[in-house]
Design a binder for this molecule. Structure first.
Ligand SMILES: NC(=O)c1ccc[n+]([C@@H]2O[C@H](COP(=O)([O-])OP(=O)(O)OC[C@H]3O[C@@H](n4cnc5c(N)ncnc54)[C@H](OP(=O)(O)O)[C@@H]3O)[C@@H](O)[C@H]2O)c1
Length: 334
């Protein structure tokens, strides 16, 4: 059967999505963004990837988060996105905020990893081809490279913007001191850092404890949380065992060993609080993040449109009573 031409839902900006300002910038991002790390590679069916991307945009998700090596195989999530870009999203390019990154292992040899100018520039050129794009909205240094002079990595980011291949730049998983150097260098070169991307969720509150959130805000940068559901632990997926189609069972980055007896007990108890709030555990976990005003957006993953539909509902209640917050703290300190 020939696919009908995609037409975005007319009510896409009128179905509950909120847009939050990204640091001190002109950019508003959807409270919920979609990441393509898992579930969009060439091991997944194109039909299901396309369905999720259409569903996301139809529901107000304007920000899609990618990286050069998302798949598997490496590059294939960008290829999937590129096909959807060409066949569905092209008329909507200016309504989309698309990211990619380089910094992790991508191709063999000394120039396909870490933070050299050579790697970042070549990788972005490849990403643009795979995604059928002339430019990305934001390009990230995917991780701090302790061996490459930081100025080399940062100057590559500046030059990428000057070349028109990215409109903004960001940093991901940088330790606090390196992040400060990055904020200052980028600001001094008139390419202020738009976003810090870090792992932040109920089970991993390091960005708050280490002052990364506060530092981003002080430097006028937004903060975007990845793995907001701790790769699915903070959802109903594992409350009663390990489903055969889950990330743990599929042998992804989430390992069985991370579902310890203590974590299981914590998520079961958190689930009780979520139920009392009239939310699923996933909804509550996202709502908790969005209750922090320094969090610009959360990047969820999703293996189905139903999961995405559930996650979007988090926005309906992002306020917590003092009693709920105390009960959550109590569970997590056990
Ligand atoms: N900068 C970095 O270094 C970095 C690192 C990691 C991730 N990221 C970004 O962050 C994005 C999200 O990461 P993530 O996939 O780990 O996020 P996540 O949202 O914490 O986990 C996604 C997984 O949780 C489960 N899930 C999602 N919504 C659900 C719901 N409503 N109910 C029940 N289960 C639900 C699904 O698991 P099943 O697959 O088991 O169904 C899904 O694959 C990535 O795609 C990427 O863009 C960036």
């Amino acid at each position: 059967m020939i696919d009908p031409v995609y037409k975005a839902a007319d009510n896409r900006y009128d179905c509950g999505m909120t847009y939050r300002r990204c640091g001190r910038s002109g950019i508003l991002l959807p409270a919920i963004s979609l990441g393509l790390w898992h579930n969009f590679g060439n091991v997944d069916t194109f039909a299901s990837s396309k369905k999720k991307l259409h569903f996301a945009f139809d529901n107000g998700i304007t920000h899609f988060d990618l990286a050069n090596n998302y798949g598997p195989s490496y590059g294939s999530a960008e290829e999937t996105f590129g096909q959807v870009m060409k066949t569905s999203f092209a008329p909507y390019r200016d309504e989309l905020f698309i990211s990619t990154k380089a910094g992790h292992d991508m191709w063999p040899g000394p120039y396909g990893n870490w933070g050299s100018r050579k790697y970042l520039m070549a990788s972005l050129n490849q990403s643009l081809k795979r995604m059928n794009l002339d430019y990305v909205d934001i390009f990230y240094s995917h991780r701090y490279d302790p061996e490459t002079p930081l100025e080399e990595t940062l100057q590559a980011l500046v030059d990428i913007v000057r070349q028109g291949k990215a409109l903004y730049v960001g940093i991901s998983k940088y330790p606090k001191e390196a992040a400060q150097t990055a904020y200052s260098y980028l600001r001094e070169h008139d390419v202020p850092c738009l976003l810090y991307q870090g792992c932040y969720n109920l089970l991993n509150q390091k960005p708050e404890k280490e002052g990364i959130l506060q530092q981003a805000a002080e430097n006028g940068s937004g903060f975007i949380a990845f793995s907001p559901l701790a790769q699915g632990l903070l959802s109903n997926r594992y409350l009663n065992g390990i489903p055969s189609d889950s990330r743990i069972a599929r042998g992804g980055f989430l390992k069985k060993e991370e579902l310890t007896a203590q974590v299981l007990q914590q998520i079961q108890q958190l689930n009780q609080i979520a139920l009392q709030r009239g939310q699923t555990l996933a909804e509550m976990a996202l709502a908790w993040l969005l209750s922090h005003k320094q969090v610009t957006s959360v990047i969820v993953g999703a293996s189905s449109t139903d999961q995405l539909k559930d996650s979007l509902k988090a926005q309906q209640n992002i306020s917590f009573t003092e009693e709920e917050l105390a009960a959550i703290r109590n569970i997590l300190s056990a």
